[in-house]
Design a protein around this ligand. Structure first.
Ligand code: 5GP
Ligand code: ZN
Length: 115
């Protein structure tokens, strides 16, 4: 069975893309821990951070920054956490590289834990 993020990447499962470049795209998390919680996902299947090719760094950073700038306009926030879980023991459920962008606002509690 193919992985869920590969299906979203290929458009086999429809999902509103917030932003995309050559190697990454971003979507809103289906089960947000704060308003605007988003995921930056590699277009190609890599199991985790260590499997990413080194030359993908620029596109990853660009996708994170652009996504933050877009969601900030839609749902303003003061700060954010970037979270990346690697392997089950660290809380990784979907075995396809993704980075969580978690908007943080004064007085707003997270709805659940990510790891
Ligand atoms: P992990 O624990 O692997 O770092 O987190 C996986 C994240 O992917 C979870 O926050 C979960 O809510 C999210 N997720 C899982 N399946 C889907 C999906 O089909 N669509 C979206 N938008 N998010 C998903
Ligand atoms: Zn995949």
């Amino acid at each position: 069975m193919e992985c869920i993020f590969c299906k979203i990447s290929k458009g086999e499962i429809k999902s509103r893309k917030i932003y995309e470049n050559k190697n990454f795209f971003s979507i809103f998390d289906i089960n947000p821990v704060s308003e605007g919680h988003s995921l930056v996902i590699s277009k190609e299947h890599f199991e985790n951070f260590l499997d990413l090719r080194n030359n993908l760094g620029d596109d990853l950073i660009e996708c994170v920054k652009e996504t933050i700038s877009i969601i900030k306009k839609e749902k303003p926030f003061e700060g954010f956490n970037l979270v990346n879980n690697n392997s089950e023991v660290a809380g990784q459920i979907v075995k396809h590289f993704h980075l969580h962008i978690i908007p943080r606002r004064k007085g707003e509690k997270l709805k659940s834990h990510l790891f």
